[in-house]
Design a protein around this ligand. Structure first.
Ligand code: NAD
Length: 495
């Protein structure tokens, strides 16, 4: 274990290998003008550059994607499936390099980055398989005299806007179903982490995706970008992953052209542990649900609601596990927690801890005092957090575990649902009846039952309430990029 407040240094060989990947994708040299600098959150050094495109350039990219989309929509599902499968194979072949790049630009540990590559590539494999399914139905009209045919047609040009926390997976989760459905895309990655998306798009072209079909638009002016592209009548779909505030802005813009909209927004996940839970399983699940990606995940456990009889043992076990995590560069050996994505995030987390403590929460481990130039915030456990503390009313997006205690199942459900968000929830109990009862009553799109990492490419991921609209992954994720049309075929007679 490292001594408190020590930030582990990167393994130099890994970091050097990551820098080589930046050169491989051609992002190591600053463009002549209008560049966005990309930083390593470990020490704020500049690690690469991408063009800072203006709205005219974004609209040019849109024109290219729109033109390429016509021919792509006319390809066969089998053809699209084969190309997606080759893209999957290339993502797997280049998994080490992609993981290095994710760690370099986003900060997460290399093991988290490798897990993201597996997860992100899985969406491409899934939609390679799904492309040839889900192509329509034939039904008998209930009154007879007709057959009803449905056809799942590509919706057209899709605008995809992604966040920085999973730079590969949030892109593939949108691009793969769009391509499988027969759509072209303009993708805008987060300004903080554009390199991984560029790399993935280059591999897609290597796999046989037509050059112009995926247009990656990097810009520091996201507002002007969305105003311009969402007003363009050639766009038929917007898919966004990010904060609820920005999602609401985009939904308002989408309303003008009545765009089909998918919104994967913020969360405030309750993690409910009952007295009858398996303690070790609950602690293991809690560490995963809280600490994956340094807590910077939309489905991260935000509020630990723990029943009185098990609370002391759970808090003790969780505190021990989190206090033992080494904090440092994602490239360091034996690191458990990398830097936060930027200094703004660290200031926000410090504010949440200060607010909770000022309202009476008990600070059990304090991650607030990490030295160094990078944006570090260590694992933190707060117990007996009052209901009005900001750490439980807002999305934490960092390595702070906020524990509250409850007495009855009804109290747990009421408190779990006391939020405008509804993305993920977790329930830990060995009682199957209770597990389903609680899962059915949690107002969330996703429930982990004795499971700290519920996401799966084969399952529909998405939120209720202000956590979003639509689903990603699974067959439902493909329909987000399809228009379902129906033909009514009249038949003589009544059959
Ligand atoms: P963010 O909303 O600040 O940014 C997300 C993306 O939107 C970025 O590409 C950003 O440049 C862009 N953006 C910002 N303002 C915009 C505007 N006016 N018009 C168009 N684009 C704009 O979110 P973030 O900080 O990058 O990501 C963290 C948030 O994302 C958290 O709230 C998290 O819960 C959420 N998230 C949700 C899911 C999910 O599946 N539900 C997954 C990952 C992250």
């Amino acid at each position: 274990m490292s001594t408190p407040n020590t930030v582990l240094a990167p393994d130099p060989a890994n970091r050097a290998a990551a820098v080589k990947v930046v050169a491989r994708i051609g992002a190591d040299q600053a463009p002549v003008s209008n560049a966005i600098e990309v930083h390593d959150p470990h020490d704020d050094t500049v690690i690469g550059y991408v063009p800072d495109l203006d709205t005219d350039q974004a609209l040019d990219a849109l024109t290219r994607a729109h033109s390429a989309g016509r021919a792509w929509a006319a390809t066969t599902p089998r053809n699209r499936a084969d190309i997606l499968r080759r893209w999957y194979d290339l993502l797997v072949d280049n998994a080490d390099e992609i993981a290095l790049l994710i760690t370099l630009e986003m900060g997460k540990t290399l093991s988290d980055a490798r897990a993201e590559v597996t997860y992100g590539a899985d969406f491409v494999r899934w939609y390679a398989e799904e492309a040839t399914h889900h192509t329509g139905t034939l039904r008998d009209a209930p009154t007879g005299g007709a057959r009803l045919l449905t056809r799942h047609a590509p919706i057209g040009l899709a605008v995809l806007i992604t966040p920085w926390n999973f730079p590969l997976a949030m892109a593939t989760r949108k691009i793969a179903p769009a391509l499988a459905a027969g759509c072209s895309v303009v993708v805008k990655p987060a300004t903080l982490t554009p390199l991984t998306t560029l790399f993935a798009a280059q591999l897609a072209v290597e796999a046989g995706v037509p050059q112009d079909l995926i247009q990656t638009v990097t810009t520091s002016d996201a507002g002007s970008f969305s105003n311009a592209v969402l007003a363009d009548p050639r766009v038929r779909k917007v898919s966004f992953t990010g904060s609820t505030g920005v999602g609401k802005v985009l939904l308002r813009l989408a309303a003008d052209n009545v765009l089909k909209s998918s919104m994967e927004l913020g969360g405030n996940a309750p993690f409910v542990v009952f007295d009858d839970a398996d303690l070790e399983r609950a602690i293991e699940g809690a560490v995963l649900a809280k600490m994956r990606n340094g807590g910077q995940s939309c489905i991260a456990a935000n509020r630990f609601l723990v029943q009185d009889g098990i609370a002391d043992a759970f808090v003790e076990g969780l505190t021990e596990r989190l206090a033992a995590l080494n904090t440092g560069s994602g490239f360091a050996t034996d690191v458990g927690l990398g830097p936060m994505v930027d200094h703004k995030a660290v200031r926000r987390l410090q504010g949440l801890v200060d607010d909770a403590v000022s309202r009476g929460a008990k600070l059990l481990t304090d991650g607030s005092s990490y030295a160094g130039a990078g944006s570090y915030f260590g694992a933190t456990v707060l117990d007996q957090v009052p209901v009005d503390a900001h750490v439980v009313t807002t999305e934490i997006f960092g390595p702070i575990a906020a524990v509250q205690r409850f007495a009855t199942q009804q109290e747990a459900i009421t408190r779990a649902n006391d939020t405008e968000f509804g993305l993920a929830g977790y329930v830990f109990t060995e009682n199957l009846d209770r597990a389903f009862d609680v899962a059915d009553n949690l107002e969330t799109g996703i429930v982990g039952i004795n499971q700290g990492v519920p996401s799966n490419a084969a399952a529909p991921f998405g939120g209720l309430k202000e956590s979003g609209l639509g689903r990603e992954g699974s067959a439902e994720g493909l329909e987000e990029y399809q228009e379902i049309r129906f033909y009514n075929l009249a038949l003589r007679g009544t059959h």
